[in-house]
Design a protein around this ligand. Structure first.
Ligand code: PBG
Length: 323
C-alpha cells in the first residue's frame, strides 16, 4: 500500500500537528437569560446548566466567564407577562431592566462584547417576532418597532445588534436608523438563515415567549430550502450586515458551508437551545459522553465554516479546554 492515512494519526502529537480545524474560547458567544429583580439564579428545566439571572448575580457570572476567556455574550430578557403588549413597547421603555443591564455590564466590564436580540417575541403579548393583525404577521409595520428597539439598545451601549425577527428589509431599516442617530459604529449580526425549527423549545421556555397561536413559518425559513438561504444572506449583506448567522447550526451545517463559500464577511452559527438540550438529556442518561459530544459538535460547526458559534455549551467547553 502506498497510501496509509493512518500514519498521520499514529500519535497524539502528529494528530494535533495535522489538525485542520481549530477552536478556541475566542470563537464562542455565550447566550444568557436575564430577569428583573435581584438575587435570582433560576434554573431552566429544559436547558440544564443555564439560568435566568438578575443583574447582580449576572455580574458575578460574567466575571467567572471572563476568567475562562469568554468575552462575548448574547443577552435575552425574560419579561413579565404584565409588561407585554401587542407593540412590544417595553422593549424600548426607559424602565426596561434589560437595557439597564446592558449599560451596567459595559460599565463593569468595558472589555467584553455584548450582543442583543432584536425581535418582538420576548415583549409581545402575541408571542410573535412581528406585529400581528388579524392573525397575520405584518412586515413593514414591524420595522419601525425594530428600529426603536435597536436604537434603545445602542443607546444603552450594545456592541452588536442581532436582528432575529426575519422581517424583510429589517437590516437596512435598522442600519439607517442607527446611522441617522449617530450609532454607525454599532455592528449588525443578522440572523440571515433562520429556520422554522423544532429546536427553539427550551429557549421559549426560558423566556416564556412561545407564540400564543399559530407558528413562525410565514417568516422563518423552510428547513427544506438551501438556495433561499443564499437569497436571505445576499439581502442582508447588501443591506449592510457585518456578520451573517445560520440558525440552528447542527441540522444546517451545509448552509453554514455555502454561506462561507459565498460571502466574504464573518459567518456565525447559533447552536440553539434544543440542540444543546438533546445532548444534556442523552449525557444525563449516560448515552453519550458530554465532553466528547460537545467538543465534536462545536468543531463540526467550525469545520463547516463558522467563524464564531453561539452556544449554551460555551462555559462548559471553556472550562474543558482550560483543564
Ligand atoms: C427570538 C429568538 C429565538 C431564538 C433566538 N432569538 C426564538 C424564536 O425565534 O422562536 C432561539 C434560540 C435558541 O433556541 O437557543 N426571535
Amino acid at each position: 500500500m502506498e497510501r496509509r492515512p493512518r500514519r498521520n494519526r499514529k500519535t497524539a502529537t502528529i494528530r494535533k500537528m495535522v489538525e485542520e480545524t481549530k477552536i478556541g474560547v475566542e470563537h464562542l458567544i455565550y447566550p444568557i437569560f436575564l430577569k428583573d429583580g435581584s438575587g435570582i439564579k433560576e434554573e431552566i428545566p429544559s436547558l440544564p446548566n443555564n439560568y435566568r439571572w438578575s443583574i447582580d448575580t449576572l455580574l458575578k457570572e460574567v466575571e467567572s466567564c471572563v476568567n475562562l476567556g469568554i468575552m462575548t455574550f448574547d443577552m435575552f430578557p425574560a419579561v413579565d407577562e404584565s409588561l407585554k403588549d401587542s407593540i412590544a413597547s417595553y422593549s424600548y421603555s426607559e424602565d426596561n431592566f434589560y437595557l439597564k443591564a446592558i449599560s451596567k455590564l459595559k460599565q463593569e466590564f468595558p472589555e467584553i462584547v455584548l450582543m442583543s436580540d432584536v425581535a418582538m417575541d420576548p415583549y409581545s403579548s402575541d408571542g410573535h417576532d412581528g406585529l400581528v393583525a388579524d392573525g397575520k404577521i405584518l412586515n413593514d409595520e414591524t420595522l419601525p418597532i425594530l428600529n426603536k428597539m435597536a436604537l434603545a439598545q445602542a443607546q444603552a451601549g450594545i456592541d452588536i445588534i442581532g436582528p432575529s425577527d426575519m422581517m424583510d428589509g429589517r437590516v437596512a431599516a435598522i442600519r439607517n436608523h442607527l446611522d441617522e442617530n449617530g450609532y454607525s459604529e454599532v455592528s449588525i449580526m443578522s440572523y440571515s438563515a433562520k429556520y422554522a425549527s423544532a429546536f427553539y423549545g427550551p429557549f421559549r421556555d426560558a423566556l416564556n415567549s412561545a407564540p400564543k397561536y399559530g407558528d413562525k413559518k410565514t417568516y422563518q425559513m423552510n428547513p427544506a430550502n438551501k438556495r433561499e438561504a443564499l437569497l436571505e444572506a445576499e439581502l442582508d449583506y447588501l443591506e449592510g450586515a457585518d456578520m451573517l448567522m445560520v440558525k440552528p447550526a447542527l441540522c444546517y451545517l451545509d448552509i453554514i458551508h455555502v454561506l462561507k463559500e459565498n460571502f466574504n464577511i464573518p459567518i456565525t452559527a447559533y447552536n440553539v437551545s434544543g440542540e444543546c438540550a438533546m445532548i444534556y438529556a442523552a449525557a444525563e442518561k449516560g448515552w453519550v459522553n458530554y465532553n466528547h459530544a460537545i467538543s465534536e459538535i462545536l468543531i463540526s460547526m467550525r469545520r463547516a465554516g463558522a467563524d464564531a458559534i453561539l452556544t449554551y455549551f460555551a462555559k462548559d467547553f471553556a472550562t474543558l479546554i482550560k483543564e
